[in-house]
Design a protein around this ligand. Structure first.
Ligand SMILES: CSCCC(=O)C(=O)COP(=O)(O)O
Ligand SMILES: [Mg+2]
Length: 261
């Protein structure tokens, strides 16, 4: 087995979710279709609720920022003229969400609505999150060795907690010391990793970030975070240069913690 030695200064392991802890197929084939199939009914049912109105406001703001993009779908201002306007507005939000999802956008607005929609599916037991089989045993081992384990995903913190709270492995939320999402910044921006270190109360070089996306690894590395790229079935392929440049692991069990011997 290939072994990647974790530098002695590392005290925090920061995990991406999709493509790292969890198969991309679970997100693409189960979580995302749930949104596309249910978003219209969800909006019709929850429209009057404050949480839903906050989600719409955020989506509308994002739509304004996106107005220069090819194919962007605008969301009109709040309806004034009754039921017909409301139905047009709901359809605009549905079209905007589907457009964003067709591009796999990671906007905070989209991710916030998705997190709220998944709540019902997870808590009712209709969906259970999948984790690669090496994830839970490795995380337990790291924690026993004194490591802190944090999550940094484009999925909202609320969605992350649903995944860890309602998984095929049971409720494994207690294995996570904390969560970060795009509210702290985007994963391809190095400043986000500095803010995460600051929020945890450590230096960036105390963190090892595991992700499937080399753009994220590169941003983290620029902030002096240690990185390893996770190669999982179903992940996007890496170029030869990326394979040479980055430390690669195919399972969390390949990480060797000097302190855990
Ligand atoms: C954690 S919620 C479901 C996945 C999701 O919506 C997403 O965008 C995952 O992105 P990641 O940063 O974990 O690759
Ligand atoms: Mg990922």
């Amino acid at each position: 087995m290939v072994v990647l030695s974790v530098p002695a200064e590392v005290t925090v392991i920061l995990l991406d979710i999709e493509g790292t802890t969890t198969p991309i197929a679970f997100v693409k084939d189960i979580l995302f279709p749930y949104i596309k199939e249910n978003v219209k009914e969800y909006l019709q049912t929850h429209w009057e609720e404050e949480e839903c109105q906050q989600d719409i406001s955020l989506l509308r703001k994002q739509a304004e920022e996106d107005s220069h993009l090819d194919g962007a779908v605008p969301i009109p201002a709040a309806p004034e003229n009754g039921a017909d306007d409301l139905q047009l507005m709901i359809q605009a939000v549905v079209d905007n969400v589907c457009w964003q999802m067709s591009l796999d956008r990671k906007t905070t607005a989209l991710k916030q609505l998705q997190g709220h929609m998944w709540r019902a599916a997870f808590t009712a037991g209709h969906v259970k999150a999948e984790f690669f089989e090496d994830v839970v045993p490795a995380v337990r081992k790291w924690r026993e060795a004194g490591m802190k384990v944090y999550i940094y995903s484009s999925g909202s913190v609320e969605a992350q907690k649903l995944l860890f709270g309602y998984s095929t492995e049971g409720d494994i939320l207690e294995l996570v010391d904390g969560h970060f999402d795009t509210k702290i910044g985007h994963k391809v921006e190095s400043e986000s990793y500095r803010k995460i270190a600051n929020s945890i109360g450590c230096s960036t070089n105390n963190i090892l970030f595991l992700t499937d996306v080399t753009l994220e690894a590169s941003a983290a590395e620029e902030a002096d975070v240690h990185v390893a790229v996770v190669v999982r079935p179903g992940n996007a392929g890496l170029t030869d240069d990326e394979k040479t440049y980055y430390s690669l692991i195919t399972s969390f069990s390949e990480l060797y913690l000097p302190s855990s011997t």
